[in-house]
Design a protein around this ligand. Structure first.
Ligand code: 6GU
Length: 265
């Protein structure tokens, strides 16, 4: 609708992103979705998150079962193909773009900040969460979802991973953070070796630990220099610590305990 006269829009037009989540446990998401930044972003219409209970697409209208025993035997249960394919197809038709279909999987593409930014540029994501021993192979053959992993470990299901994706992605939607610079100055956003300088707030002294004098000085140029230096120092400590403990290869040893955060030695 065109506006005229004094009825000028107060804000820039918003960019809305839609995220659909398909899960057997939608209740896992509700506490998270209703808090903090995400609740605000949803209220302001910057992001729309729609939960879908996979059981609603179960062919079993009595017990709403969606899993079954694996052909060929073996432990655990497998999620059947029909409810998943029919649910995903129905969800894809619910909006004018089909969106990027992601399946949460420990063997998927590792989520990193570059992928987060790429996902944030999409107008729509559909996050498919599995449980049990996984989906029937035909889910992959028919829907070609992109498998995404949040790290080299196994979770009980994809729900926590989906929340990690949502949490990291919405930071990049314009207007979601109070300060547009915040997401850009995050550790890892500029380059994967970037570490933020230490932050302090009141009181100026606690248990003998004092806030660095320069931060109280009001001298912005000196503060900028101190932060740059502190950031470099921390990045170097982190690099040394990671090299010592070889964490990148998952070979963390007994003494590979994390240093106090941020690394001090
Ligand atoms: Cl995305 N899903 C599951 N089930 N386990 C995981 C994971 C995802 N990422 C790491 N482990």
């Amino acid at each position: 609708m065109a506006l005229s006269g004094s009825a000028l829009p107060l804000r820039e037009p918003v960019q809305v992103m839609r995220i659909d989540v398909i899960t057997l446990f939608p209740a896992i998401f509700t506490g998270y979705l209703d808090q903090s930044l995400l609740a605000k972003a949803r209220k302001r219409g910057l992001v729309q998150i729609v939960l879908h209970d996979l059981r609603a697409w179960s062919p079993d209208k009595k017990h709403f079962k969606v899993d079954d025993r694996p052909y060929g035997g073996g432990p655990g249960m497998v999620i059947r193909v029909e409810p998943v394919v029919e649910c995903v197809e129905a969800v894809q038709r619910m909006a004018d773009v089909p969106g990027r279909l992601l399946v949460m999987s420990p063997t998927g593409r590792p989520l990193d900040q570059q992928l987060v930014r790429q996902l944030a540029a999409s107008p729509r994501l559909i996050l498919l969460c599995g449980r049990y021993e996984g989906f029937d192979q035909r889910v992959y053959d028919l829907l070609h979802p992109e498998p995404i992993s949040i790290g080299p470990y196994v979770l009980n299901g994809g729900e926590v991973a989906a929340m990690v994706i949502i949490d990291s992605v919405i930071r990049w939607i314009p207007g979601v953070l109070g300060n547009e610079e915040s997401c850009r100055s995050d550790s890892f956003s500029q380059d994967p070796h970037f570490v933020k300088a230490a932050q302090y707030t009141r009181p100026p002294e606690y248990r003998g630990l004092k806030v660095p004098e320069v931060l109280l000085s009001g001298d912005h140029e000196q503060i900028r220099k101190w932060r740059e230096e502190d950031s470099r120092r921390r990045a170097e400590l982190r690099r040394q610590w990671l090299a010592r403990h070889d964490t990148a290869c998952g070979n963390q040893t007994e003494e590979g305990r994390a240093p106090p955060h941020p690394p001090e030695s």
